[in-house]
Structure formats: structure tokens, C-alpha cells
Design a protein. Structure first.
Length: 252
């Protein structure tokens, strides 16, 4: 084999001579390598002595390339890249798990405002039990569209109603579960604040007539009327701060 030290010597001589190759060693020339005697070589020049003083390994590294070393370096580089990629993937997975866990454990935010035209609350059987609307939309015939709330029983009968109509009258009604007369009117108690500033509390009998009425009169005084409603007339007995009288009026 060709002596690596001798080749290195030739390379160094070419560098020190400004690029001119000085006394190149013949290809067939042999040298002493790691104690093995080979063909005799010419005497060492100054560059050869410098090579020996610096160490043979220096020249070997400059002149020789080991394929196994290159393969080892490439494998080591790939291993380092794989370790970095594995570490990044692990961090990403841990972060994703933390985000998902936090999302599930976080208390859902309750909305402060719910906006709707109508809200219907059903029971377990799917029946409409509470209605809130503006206006209330149901299958009951009402005098005029009204904004308010209705509560129904399990049979679908309206038992409670609170409404504000277009004229500005607010009314609250409490109804009986069913009618016992004809014509039918299940209303039993009405509490009204009308659009003209008046107020009244009415009690209705089972025959759809007003049995008693507590109201605020036009003179801003409160009166209580006990009433007997017949087919042709209405008899009243009125009580007030300074009134205690009975009178009869024709029914229109």
C-alpha cells in the first residue's frame, strides 16, 4: 500500500512551495509504515521531518478518508435528529392532553342573557306547561295579542295567565280546571290595572257572571260591589267609606 505519511509529505511540500510540487515521490516507492520495513525511501527532507514531528495521525487525517467513519457520523446525526423529533412529538402530545383535560374540567359559562320571541317549557310527557311570549302564541282565542305568561295543567287547560295587551292593560287571571256551565267561562279571579289608571279585583261565579268586585272608582275611592247577575238585570249592593246602598240595573 502507498504510504499515507509520504503522500501527506508531498501535499505539504506543494503548499510550502507556492503550489509547485517538489520532488514528487514515485508511485512505486515504498516506505517504512508503523515499524514495517518496505522499499528504501530517499532521505527525509525538511517537510518530511516536520511531518514526523507533528505526528503521523495529523497527516493521516488529511490524506485518508475512512468510509466506515463517514457512515458512523451519518448514523449518529440521524439518531440525534430522531431523538429531537421524538422529544417534540412527546411535548406536543402532552400539551394536547392538557388542553383537552382543561376543556372538560372547565365549568361551562352560563349566558347572562337569553333572547327569544317565545319560550315553551314542557313536562316529561312533552306537554306544554309554561309559555312565555311576546306575544303569546297558542291555540286559545284571546281578545287581542298580548305579551305575558301562561301556565297550563296536565290536561292542557290554562290555569294561570299574566298579560299586557296593546292598549296597556295588565291582567292576571286564575282559572278553574274545567267549566261547569254553558256558556263556559273557567275564569274565577281577575286582577286588572287598566290603561286609564283604574284597578279592580273581580270574582266570577260558575255561570260566567261577576259575583263580587273590588275596584278603584273614578273619584279615587275604593268600593266593594256584591252582585247578582240574572238574564235581564244586575243587582248590586255597594259598600264604601260613606256608601252602603243597593240598586238594580238592566242587563244589556
Amino acid at each position: 500500500m502507498i504510504c499515507g505519511a509520504r503522500r501527506c509529505s508531498r501535499d505539504l511540500r506543494s503548499l510550502t512551495s507556492g503550489g509547485r510540487r517538489i520532488s514528487p515521490t514515485p508511485p512505486n516507492e515504498r516506505c517504512t509504515w508503523q515499524g514495517a520495513n518496505v522499499a528504501a525511501a530517499p532521505p527525509l527532507h525538511f517537510i518530511d521531518a516536520l511531518q514526523v514531528s507533528l505526528g503521523i495521525d495529523f497527516c493521516r487525517n488529511l490524506s485518508m478518508t475512512d468510509p466506515n467513519t463517514q457512515l458512523h457520523d451519518r448514523v449518529s446525526s440521524l439518531e440525534r435528529q430522531l431523538r429531537r423529533a421524538s422529544a417534540l412529538a412527546t411535548l406536543f402530545c402532552v400539551g394536547a392532553v392538557c388542553l383537552v383535560t382543561t376543556a372538560f374540567l372547565r365549568t361551562p359559562k352560563t349566558p347572562d342573557v337569553i333572547r327569544a320571541r317565545q319560550l315553551i317549557i314542557e313536562d316529561q310527557a312533552g306537554r306544554d306547561r309554561v309559555l312565555l311570549g311576546a306575544p303569546i302564541r297558542d291555540n286559545f282565542k284571546r281578545i287581542s295579542p298580548a305579551t305575558g305568561m301562561v301556565i297550563r295543567d296536565s290536561l292542557g287547560n290554562e290555569r294561570f295567565g299574566l298579560s299586557l295587551n296593546a292598549q296597556g292593560t295588565v291582567a292576571l287571571g286564575l282559572d278553574a280546571p274545567k267549566c261547569t256551565s254553558n256558556p263556559c267561562n273557567p275564569e274565577r279571579i281577575n286582577l286588572i290595572a287598566d290603561d286609564e289608571g283604574g284597578a279592580e279585583l273581580r270574582f266570577l261565579d260558575r255561570q260566567t257572571g261577576v259575583a263580587a268586585r273590588l275596584y278603584l272608582g273614578d273619584d279615587d275611592r275604593v268600593y266593594l260591589d256584591f252582585m247578582n247577575v240574572t238574564r235581564d238585570s244586575i243587582q248590586r249592593h255597594r259598600l264604601g267609606l260613606s256608601v252602603d246602598t243597593t240598586f238594580t240595573a238592566a242587563r244589556h
